[in-house]
Write a protein that binds this ligand. Structure first.
Ligand code: TRP
Length: 342
């Protein structure tokens, strides 16, 4: 019997920052540790999803490889036999299945996707690729019969759509797909993991995001420890003059406490009790700057020593195996819709 599949995509066309590290990279690495053995764990780079909005194409390939190395530096285990790590575009069945599923997906459904509405709003020249993004994502999931698809809250609607498409196609053609678990089960599964939502340092009402134009509120994983320290020391706090963990009233301070706890490995409770009530924010900032600097220099030295040939051979092996699985699903679909008789 094959193992049930957990699958998730590792977005890869941007400069990764501390918010990505604590909110996505680390949780995925921990997921691999926690579930391999019991599950098959598919981690892939959705490289075809990378240019649904315009990008600098001359950087895409290198950035994909760089971000995979970042995952390895975060602790992704390349030797784990239950994990497959692959690039979407290296498995052509993703594209092929998307074209087929397009004909069983409604324009109305895609128009209602929040991410499409947000990214497309008020913009000119929206690509058909952005509109179709969720169908490609459904193909990513359905080719492998993934049961659990842990994603951020902004993506749950897409997973639910993949389930709807699977059920619809099964009703028409018989059991072609294993639909992913419904939304409540997905949320319950995802909640077993802690995904910290780190805030922007300058504007702590918002989450840390690469789209901050100045870069002052964002700690990039490639920042030098000195630059990162300056960003922490210059971060926005408040004029209350007393340290409290309260995101409503003191988002900047609360964010610093969370960063300190996550990177030092101390529990948030113990960090709060250490600083609570202090009337100056300088000490907290100094301490956070220190753990962040230590973390960055440690992380960057790990990144420099990632074994690239081990990464490449893991990718090649995974891509070969996953092509086999994906082509098997695709052929069943091609037979069902009348493209093949095999
Ligand atoms: N859309 C996801 C994101 O932006 C990435 C992704 C693409 C994905 N295909 C997927 C995630 C399939 C899970 C499953 O984060």
């Amino acid at each position: 019997m094959s193992k049930p599949v957990i699958l998730t995509g590792l977005r890869a066309n941007n400069d990764l920052h501390l918010g990505n590290y604590l909110g996505a990279l680390l949780p995925i690495v921990e997921l691999q540790k926690a579930y391999a053995g019991e599950y098959q764990v598919n981690l892939f780079v959705p490289d075809l999803h990378s240019f649904t909005t315009p990008i600098d194409h001359s950087k895409l390939y290198d950035q994909t490889m760089h971000n995979l190395k970042i995952f390895v530096a975060t602790g992704l285990n390349l030797d784990d036999k239950d994990s497959y790590i692959y690039r979407q575009s290296y498995i052509p069945a993703h594209s092929e299945l998307t074209v087929i599923l397009n004909c069983f997906t409604y324009m109305g459904e895609l128009s209602r996707m929040t991410q499409f509405k947000e990214k497309g709003q008020g913009k000119q020249g929206i690509s058909a690729g952005l509109f179709d993004y969720p169908v490609l994502m459904a193909a990513d999931i359905l080719l492998y019969g993934a049961k659990y698809v842990p994603v951020g809250a902004d993506q749950t609607q897409h997973v639910e759509l993949a389930r709807d498409i699977a059920i619809r196609v099964n009703n028409k053609f018989g059991e072609l797909f294993t639909p992913p678990e419904p939304e409540n089960a997905q949320i319950e599964f995802a909640n077993k993991q802690q995904r910290l939502r780190i805030r922007d340092l300058v504007n702590p009402e918002k989450k840390m995001s690469k789209s901050d134009e100045t870069g002052k509120g964002v700690i990039f994983l490639g920042d030098s420890p000195e630059i990162a320290s300056k960003k922490i020391v210059g971060s926005t706090t408040d004029s209350i003059g007393s340290v409290n963990y309260d995101y409503e009233k003191q988002p900047g301070i609360s964010n610093l406490l969370d960063i300190f706890a996550a990177l030092s490995g101390e529990s948030i409770e113990s960090v709060i009790s250490k600083y609570k009530g202090q009337s100056q924010y300088g000490q907290l900032k100094k301490d956070v700057a220190e753990v962040v600097s230590k973390f960055l220099s440690n992380f960057q030295s790990k990144l420099n020593s990632v074994d690239e040939s081990a990464l490449l051979s893991k990718l090649e092996y995974s891509e070969k195996t996953m092509n086999h699985t994906a082509n098997h699903t695709l052929l069943n679909v091609q037979n069902a819709v009348g493209l093949r008789k095999e």
